[in-house]
Structure formats: C-alpha cells, structure tokens
Design a protein around this ligand. Structure first.
Ligand code: SF4
Ligand code: SF4
Length: 381
C-alpha cells in the first residue's frame, strides 16, 4: 500500500484512509450499522496495510465512534491511526468540550487519538469553537499526550480557511477535494492555501459521496474509452492522491467491492498524467451537463423539521437525471418507482422552505429550491 511521510506528521500514512461514515447498514437508518460486515471490512483494510481510520462524533447518528472502538480495539494499537473530531456546533459551554472529548476516548476505546480535528470549521462554527476555547483545550490535550496531531476540517471559502490557518498552529487540515469541485467549489484555492503553507492535506469526498463512482453515461464513456479496465472510482482517488502535499485520501466505503477496488488503486498506485487529467476534465464537463444535484449524502442537513429525507430525495432525483441522458422515455417511470419507496412524509412536497437546512449544507445547495423542482417533477408538472 502506497504511503506518504511528512516530517511534521512523523509517521508514514497510507494513501488510502478509511472513512467510517458510510459503513454498510442493516436498514435505511444511518445509525443501523451492519457491524459484522463493517468489522470484516476493517479487518480486510488492516490486512492490506491501511493505517488511517477516520470517524466523528456525528457519523452514523453518533454510532460510528463506538463501532470504531469495537472494530479497531481487536487490533494492535500501533497498527492503526485513529482520527475523530469535535463538533463545535453542538457545544453549549466549555464543559461540553471536555465531556465530549472524554466520551470519545471511551467510545473509541483508546488512550489517545493519533489525529484529532475541529470538525467543519465554517464561519459560525468557527466562532462557536473560539467562544468555547476549543483550540486551547485541545492544545492542552496534545501536551498531555491524549492527542498526537491536531488539525481541522472545513467546508468553506478560501477566505475562511485562511482565517482559521492564521489563527492557530495546525499539524494538518482536511478539505473536500475532487476533480468535479476543483474549479467550481474552489477546491483548488483551498488546496493551494494549505500546500503553500506546508500544512499536510487530508482529502475528504474524493469520490463526492459516490457520485464520481457512478457518473452519467456520457461521462462514463469518456473514462472507459481512456482506460477500459479502470473503475470510475479509481480515477477519482488517483486525482486526489496525485497532488503533492496530500497525506491521505479518505474513502467512505460501504461494501467489500469498493474496499477491494480502492486497495487495488492505492497499492498499484500511479500518479495521474497530464493527458489523464485532461480526460477527467472532459468527464467532469459531461457529468455537470446531466443536471444532477451536487449532494454528497453527508446528512449534515438532517433532520428536516418537516420530515423530508433530503439526501434520499436527491439520490433518487440524481438517478433520474442520469437515466434521462440515455433513455428520456424510461426515466420518468424509473423516477416514479424509486420515489414511491419514500414514505409520503419524506417526500419533497413536504418542504415548507423554512431554510433550516441551508446553513448546514457544505455544498451550498439551494435545498428548498431543488425540493420545489423535484416536487413538481413528482406531481408530473
Ligand atoms: S427548507 Fe425544506 S428541506 Fe430544508 S429543512 Fe426546511 S422544510 Fe426541510
Ligand atoms: S443536501 Fe447538503 S447537507 Fe444534505 S446530505 Fe446533501 S450535501 Fe449533505
């Protein structure tokens, strides 16, 4: 397994990191992790050499950290690095910071975290973290040896990223980076801001919540013509992993097929060539033309007070848009069938445009606007 070493990190980290936020489930409930299947995947990953595991307080409705603790504690502590995160938006006092941190150590069954992040430091959340002196607390934990490396994750503009990087000293940072967002969501500027400051980069959403592993038929055709053997996801992983300054690329894997494919990509790793980058540029243009909603299924927008299952509605809609590119006559039937799998209360029609979800969506999606559009599609207008 390909590894990266940075002086400031002081340990070789595998280029593939296991994101524990899209584990296999036993039902449609995100908290209902299929622990047996997920544990097998963790074992397979460790056997293949993967040594970076990324969880968070909020993943899988709060169950991911306990799962990480159960699955990883069956392995030698030196075989894996564990990363988790402080959810500043849930804090109501300085005491909450200490309470959550202690609980995380307990749930993860560890004495220390190899990597610890302040989770998603976008505008308001950063202010909250400052208010409750989260950084100062975590620095103390680093001095006590409970945290080995301290960083942050962010879904925001380069301006906010700069403010955060200048405010404190960081060992690493985690940003969303993939070939679809490179220009449009300003990933390039975020990446360059960190790279020029020698802050090791952990990449999240390299496959954009799975979207770049399925693509639209026109985009898929471009990639398959360039390399018939390579999976679509392998293109996306290689794009992120080929950039200098990247320490590891996180993939939230949901089954063994994805895991095996990712292991293969990062074991027999080849840096992307210039011509391959051009191929990806063309595929991105073709994919954007499908009109899919850029939702990554992160579920940060949930729960909607009106009951709308926002990520599932978008997943069904995106499937429709992709099918519409090749079979416009069949697409509405497929949409109808899939849409009916949602309970009536979970459908787009229930959106009352309260706007509560907007501030939570790291992708900046106009959720109520898109819900209105999808409700009209469902109504056959
Ligand atoms: S804007 Fe619509 S989808 Fe978003 S939280 Fe409000 S009701 Fe739910
Ligand atoms: S709409 Fe935004 S916040 Fe909600 S799941 Fe999709 S990307 Fe995440």
């Amino acid at each position: 397994m390909e590894k990266r070493y940075f002086e400031s990190v002081g340990r070789s980290i595998t280029l593939l990191g296991f994101g524990l936020m899209r584990l296999p489930l036993k039902s449609t409930n995100a908290g209902d992790i299929d622990a047996d299947a997920a544990r097998n995947m963790v074992d397979m990953a460790i056997e293949a050499g993967v040594n970076y595991f990324d969880t968070a307080w909020v993943y899988h409705e709060g169950k991911s950290e306990s799962f990480a603790g159960d699955a990883l504690s069956r392995h030698k502590r030196e075989e894996y690095c564990l990363a988790t995160k402080m959810p500043s938006w849930l804090l109501e006092s300085e005491e909450d910071v200490e309470r959550i941190f202690s609980e995380q150590l307990r749930k993860c069954k560890v004495d220390y975290f190899d990597f610890y992040l302040m989770h998603n430091l976008c505008g308001e959340r950063y202010e909250l973290a400052e208010k409750y002196r989260v950084y100062e607390f975590l620095r103390r934990k680093k001095e006590e040896g409970r945290i080995l490396r301290l960083g942050f994750s962010i879904h925001d503009s380069a301006e906010v990223l700069l403010k955060v990087t200048n405010a404190h000293q960081w060992d690493f940072a985690q940003i969303q980076l993939n070939y679809l967002d490179w220009e449009t969501l300003d990933s390039k500027t975020l990446y360059e801001t960190l790279y020029t400051r020698d802050i090791p980069i952990i990449v999240m959403e390299p496959v954009r919540g799975g979207a770049l592993a399925t693509l639209s038929p026109s985009a898929e055709k471009i990639l398959k013509e360039a390399d018939h053997e390579a999976s679509l996801a392998s293109w996306a992983l290689r794009y992120a992993a080929s950039l200098p300054g990247v320490l590891t690329v996180l993939s939230g894997m949901s089954d063994e097929t994805q895991l095996k494919d990712n292991i293969k990509t990062m074991t027999d790793f080849h840096i992307l060539s210039e011509s391959e980058r051009d191929v990806l540029g063309r595929a991105a243009t073709a994919y954007r033309a499908s009109g899919a909603v850029p939702c990554t299924s992160c579920r940060y927008c949930m729960d909607c007070p009106s009951g709308v299952d926002i990520p599932r509605v978008f997943a069904i809609y995106n499937h429709y848009r992709i099918i519409a590119q090749v079979s416009p006559n069949i697409a509405p039937i497929v949409f109808d069938n899939n849409y009916r799998t949602l309970d009536e209360g979970e459908r787009a029609l229930n959106c009352v445009s309260c706007g509560q979800c907007l501030e939570h969506c790291p992708q900046g999606i106009n959720i109520p606007g898109r819900m209105h559009e999808i409700a009209e599609l469902a109504a056959g207008k």
